[in-house]
Design a protein around this ligand. Sequence first.
Ligand code: B12
Ligand code: SF4
Ligand code: SF4
Length: 364
Amino acid sequence: MPDPRVTAERLADLLGELCPSRGIALAGAVTLPCPLPHAAAFHGWLAAERHAGLAYLARDPAARVDPTVQRPWARALLVFAQRYAAGWSADDRSPWDGAAPGRPWTDGVARYARGRDYHDLLLDDVKGVIDGLRERLGPFRAHAAVDTGPYLEREYAWLAGLGFFGRNSCLIHERLGSGLFLGVAAVGLAVDGLPAAGASAADPLWGATPRTTAVSAPRAAAPGPASRCGSCRLCQDACPTGALDTPFVLDANRCLSTWTIEWHGRLPTGKEARQGGRLFGCDICQAVCPWNRRAARAGGAVRPEYGVDPAHAEVSLADLLEIDPEEFRRRFRRSPLWRAQPDGLRRNAATVAANGGRSSEAPW
Ligand code: B12
Ligand code: SF4
Ligand code: SF4
């Protein structure tokens, strides 16, 4: 059976029809296979061991830069973005102070992790859009993934025109900021009229802003949306651990997000003060970003399930210090905090409690 075909214009219309009810703010597509402009940077990042022992990232690098290695039937990669934070405002102290005395412990949790787990919610939404496309275009194969699939999601989102790379390495949309989850779907659907493989789109196929249902004219070798950082380096200067010393590239060994989410056992000894009141994840390099300040001023809707889970108010930081596996399962099974497991959460809570009220600006 031949792959169904669709023009980029028709796909843009269909995405405009299917995405809003699923809280998807931006959607685009890239033709596969597609040479990635930052493939060498990815391989160099792995070779320099900047992936901090996250073994899954190094498992099959060839597949991560070319989805057709594992899925030869894939003709395009659809890319989606869903908002989890409508920016960060200048008076939001939680990214800096975290769970400081007199503040709820949830202030020490990065915004992406305060409510329901996005892996489940966004994946369902992406699959829902794929089902809608199948109803309208006929059957085609698809593999949807949020985070856990072998896809360099930011790279594809950039190529699909969903945003630009910031010096904090995040994918930033000019109006929505970087409080965006990304999801992808490799599809056996031929899309005619996308920018040629290896070139990028200036705008998403569909997006809340700046356009609604418009498709950029295909361009021969257009760059991805150019970085809009200009001379700013606020995120690099604000990072408490120096993880962004190389602009646009994150050293995961030094990132508080790795320490508090991914690593088990002891954290780098002598560096605990750098964690300050941050219990799980870190938002500092996003909170200082002028594009997120601007997004906060513009406002807009975020899926309510990503707000602070009200049930979290039932436990205190002191409770977390002693949480047992059963209680942990009951409370956090559907939360991103699940990834830390009880040991990790207890360890993080102990560090935050020990740091209580002390600034994270202690000598490095
Ligand atoms: C592993 C991982 C982590 C690790 C390592 C992060 C990293 N930068 O690799 C840790 C645990 C530290 C982490 C932290 C966070 N993560 Co994370 N993470 C991932 C994951 C699973 C893989 C990332 C990966 O492939 N890294 C490899 C590196 C090389 O790729 P990259 O980070 O995209 O880097 C690109 C740039 O460096 C660019 N590049 C290289 N050189 C140059 C030079 C120039 C000039 C330019 C312009 C670009 C450029 O090329 C690289 C490849 O595209 C992705 C999901 C996925 N499957 O992609 C989520 C993902 C990147 N994470 C996400 C989030 C939300 C976070 C946090 C905000 C969570 C938090 N609050 O604690 C932080 C942000 C930290 C930061 N400043 O990046 C989102 C990012 C959304 C967005 N808008 O960007 C993703 C996409 C998950 C999702 N599905 O939504 N994460
Ligand atoms: S998430 Fe925090 S520790 Fe990691 S790079 Fe950003 S500011 Fe630095
Ligand atoms: S804080 Fe400044 S340098 Fe960092 S991503 Fe935002 S605009 Fe770019």
